[in-house]
Design a protein around this ligand. Sequence first.
Ligand code: HMG
Ligand code: MG
Length: 302
Amino acid sequence: DLPERVTIWEVGPRDGLQNEQGTVATEDKAAFVRRLLAAGLPIVEATSFVHPRWVPQLADAAELMTSLVADLGDAARELPVLVPNERGLDRALELGLRHVAIFGSATETFAQRNLNRSLDEQFAMFEPTVRRAREAGMDVRAYVSMCFGDPWEGAVPVEQVVEVGRRLFDLGASQLSLGDTIGVGTAGHVRSLLRAFTTAGLGVEHLAVHFHDTYGQALANAYAALEEGVTTFDASAGGLGGCPYAESATGNLATEDLVWMLHGLGIGTGVDLAALTEASVWMAGRLGRPSPSRVVQAQSGA
Ligand code: HMG
Ligand code: MG
């Protein structure tokens, strides 16, 4: 049976904008976050406290969060942000933020390219980060990237993903988000991976899925995950996104496309699709190119 309600974890302001070549003004990012919240999205991942040289587009993370706190008060401190290490955590702690996410890699090559660490070294970086975040009473999410394929290593064995995912989760995360960073996964692969996690003792109640739509499979993959019992889905408003350190990582699953499917299935999300579409059309205008989301195009007459 499909669930009556699911949680959408909106990643547009972070995963969506981190790869933008042009500059997006901090005030526009803040307005985007506010619009997404106003459209009913329950969780909006706002930015990353990574090295500004590695992701210049999110170099204004502190300014953005300060501006959101000024507007929204403590509610802004509940918005999740990415932190790769203790330095990132310290920056989040200084602002009193409550939710952080670490992001590990299932493959050796991507660990090096994205984190400047080996596969094993990444855990040494995350361990004190998660421990100190938990001691500070924060909630910690753990992402695992390249769960379905890697541009340098090709196919990634399910057992390898489960092992890395388990190790990340066991550091003290409340949820593990399984990322198809380059969008190569297909529905049967999603099913196998989710079942392998369940067999390893990490059930779907602890798992979220994070699809990119590079090969047009994101929605089919989301449906497969829904059938397997997953109830948290990452998506990016307007289908913005990509990872600067993964070749061929194009747009994320568009939140509008996901919402259209879920509402069609009678599954509640709390999202007002018209308001969400307006937010994405507005951001597309700021970025100077149309949203790739089919639902945004259809709904906005673009
Ligand atoms: P590094 O160069 O190895 O860092 O980078 P380091 O620990 O050697 O430190 C070097 C200098 O950087 C030091 O400064 C640190 O203080 C500073 P110095 O003493 O030389 O003056 N530094 C920092 N400054 C600000 N904020 C920080 C920070 N950390 C160190 N947090 C590091 C290692 C992890 C920092 C770097 O590789 C990095 O920032 N990587 C981020 C890459 C990234 O953001 N990628 C995109 C997100 S992942 C993704 O999109 C996938 C996902 O969507 C899921 C999916 O689709 O699969 C989540
Ligand atoms: Mg991503």
